[in-house]
Design a protein around this ligand. Structure first.
Ligand code: FBP
Length: 262
């Protein structure tokens, strides 16, 4: 872990990363109800909101669309990623080098590690190479720390999520992105398990404004440093309204109720 409070992907010690790598991870199915979002420009537009500290995309989307947004959006280049068509044990091929991410203008890089998978050994080794290269470029490393695999029955139980944040600290991430472990207390333990490293919550499938904001409030109360979220933002017809509320909960410490009332 290196100090990253001065990084553009951090605002007042917090981050709101807008993730849009779903076309690879899940396929176009995630865009069915919002077909206009199949055009990545629409989500880059959303990422120009002040609350958003970075947009996480794969290499191809960065090559094609980031040049039009480089003045208004910070880029988090996801270095690995897999499709839903892969049926083996969880794995995530490396699709982009850190050198090329830097060339594309990345402000940070992202890497998924499925600890517990039969592919853990190779994934740790690939993470090591990317992390050490990221240090040479002074790029923060955001780890999608997602324990899963045939031996793991429940990948969001509290002890698994605490282990996920700890693994991220141990192997050199700067921010761990983890799933919500189901309660504020469990999240607080996961944050503590990461020492001084920042922990952000992964969004999950779309829920109501109130449900989502209440979870974000709990996560912030638990000491987390923000969010790395996709569907809960861009699957909304008007993401701006939710981003306005998220800005209040994440950076201004408001409750979900207060943020929605204004
Ligand atoms: P969401 O907020 O939409 O859940 O996105 C977070 C994320 O990590 C994406 O970056 C990624 O595409 C997706 O979830 C992967 O989710 P999973 O591996 O659980 O299907």
């Amino acid at each position: 872990m290196i100090p990253i409070d001065d990084s553009p992907i951090v605002r007042d010690g917090k981050s709101l990363i807008l993730a849009m790598d779903h076309g690879l991870e899940h396929g176009p199915v995630d865009f069915e109800d919002v077909p206009e979002k199949l055009d990545p420009s629409t989500v880059f537009e959303t990422a120009t909101h002040d609350a958003v500290t970075a947009m996480a995309v794969q290499k191809g989307v960065a090559e094609g669309y980031y040049p039009s947004y480089e003045d208004d959006v910070n880029l988090l280049l996801k270095l690995n990623g897999t499709s839903n068509l892969w049926m083996g044990e969880p794995d995530s091929p490396v699709n982009c080098s850190v050198d090329y991410a830097a060339e594309l203008g990345a402000d940070a890089v992202g890497f998924t590690v499925y600890s517990g998978s039969n592919h853990e050994v190779e994934m740790f080794e690939e993470f090591r190479d990317a992390q050490e290269k990221a240090r040479e470029h002074d790029l923060p490393m955001v780890m999608w720390s997602y324990p899963r695999g045939q031996g793991l029955k429940n990948d969001t139980k509290p002890s698994t999520i605490s282990y996920a944040t700890r693994i991220a600290l141990e192997i050199g991430a700067d921010i761990a992105k983890v799933k919500y472990p189901g309660s504020k207390d469990a999240m607080a333990h996961a944050v503590k398990s990461a020492g001084d490293m920042k922990v952000v919550m992964s969004g999950g499938s779309k829920t109501s404004d109130y449900e989502f904001l209440s979870t974000v409030e709990a996560v912030m109360d638990a000491g987390a440093s923000g969010l790395a979220v996709g569907r809960n933002v861009w699957q909304r017809e008007d993401p701006t309204q939710l981003l306005d509320a998220l800005e209040k909960v994440i950076y201004e410490g408001e409750t979900a109720d207060a943020a929605l009332e204004e």
